[in-house]
Design a protein around this ligand. Structure first.
Ligand code: HEC
Ligand code: HEC
Length: 251
């Protein structure tokens, strides 16, 4: 009897977690599901995916500046991108993968930072993310990461900008509907860094989020700002279980 009660309680708790995330687990969909046939075809074929050029550049940079300590990336970096953003004890903060690479570069390799959205950082981030392709996102939100997660969720739910819209209004309540020329997706981070046709290049998840904030005429946090790492942690948890597809292709 006691055992039954425990199982029922557990099932309830699991359901509550899926509920709290906004979108039930069975309905989670990558943004690629809402993309046009042209974009889907580009992402499905590495030969056609322009972001693979960044992966190649990233591999060259890896050999120059990272392999001496980390060895072969397919072994040492497998699974790493899938658990970022993550708490970094040295920074005493949650950092995203780009931030982690920058910290490693300045702290361990004693070199100058690449700079957010620089081609070199994007290339390395694409290369490191590529090593986790197909693995489900799996971030840690308890312990020292909890406060950042809570701030990230609040940011996601609060209204922003002159249009007074929250992330949740577009990406939880209206996915699948048209907005101007685009179809709203569930707003998952799985494709980033991604090649966007609009950018004619690869950009980070932060840049994508900044573009959403620009779209609602809100003030944009600076690249690398802690608010962005916080909301990225919330997004990763919300997408938990979806496979990493970086570097993806988007409109
Ligand atoms: C006015 C509606 C709107 C709001 C509000 C909005 N976005 Fe978006 N967002 C879009 C559109 C349009 C796109 C591009 C198409 C798509 O993937 O939904 C997009 C794309 C994204 C993507 C990329 C999804 C993919 O698979 O490529 C992420 C991540 C994202 N938004 C996160 C956010 C976050 C975080 C916020 C709040 C800070 C936010 N968005 C607020 C409209 C919105
Ligand atoms: C001098 C040695 C050294 C060099 C060079 C170096 N790293 Fe690191 N890296 C480390 C060490 C040691 C750690 C783990 C300890 C720490 O810093 O917290 C680490 C951690 C990392 C992590 C986090 C891994 C995880 O499991 O969370 C990433 C990502 C990373 N490095 C990427 C890079 C990249 C990309 C480069 C090249 C630009 C690089 N590192 C160059 C020594 C190095």
């Amino acid at each position: 009897m006691l055992r039954l009660v425990t199982c029922a309680t557990l099932a309830f708790a699991v359901a509550a977690i899926a509920q709290e995330r906004g979108i039930p687990l069975s309905e989670l969909k990558s943004g690629i599901a809402y993309a046009g046939a042209d974009v889907r075809a580009m992402q499905a074929d590495d030969e056609a995916n322009p972001a693979m050029l960044w992966v190649q550049r990233g591999e060259a940079l890896w050999r120059e500046g990272c392999a001496a300590c980390h060895g072969e990336a397919p072994a040492s970096m497998r699974g790493v991108a899938a658990r970022y953003p993550a708490y970094d004890a040295n920074a005493q903060a949650v950092v995203d993968l780009d931030g982690r690479i920058e910290r490693c570069r300045t702290g361990n390799a004693k070199a100058a930072p690449f700079g957010r959205e620089s081609e070199s950082l994007l290339a390395l981030s694409a290369y490191v993310s590529y090593q986790s392709r197909g693995l489900p996102l799996q971030v840690t939100i308890d312990g020292p990461a909890r406060a950042a997660f809570d701030r990230g969720e609040a940011f996601y739910r609060q209204r922003h900008g002159q249009m007074n819209l929250a992330c949740t209004q577009c990406h939880d309540r209206n996915y699948g509907k048209r907005l101007y020329t685009e179809t709203l997706s569930q707003g998952h981070p799985t494709a980033f860094p991604a090649y966007r046709l609009e950018w004619q290049g690869v950009g980070s998840l932060s840049r994508r989020i900044r573009a959403c904030l620009f779209g609602v005429r809100a003030q944009m946090p600076a690249p690398g700002a802690p608010e962005l790492a916080d909301v990225e942690l919330y997004l990763a948890w919300r997408a938990q279980g979806l496979p990493l597809e970086a570097p993806g292709v988007r409109r």
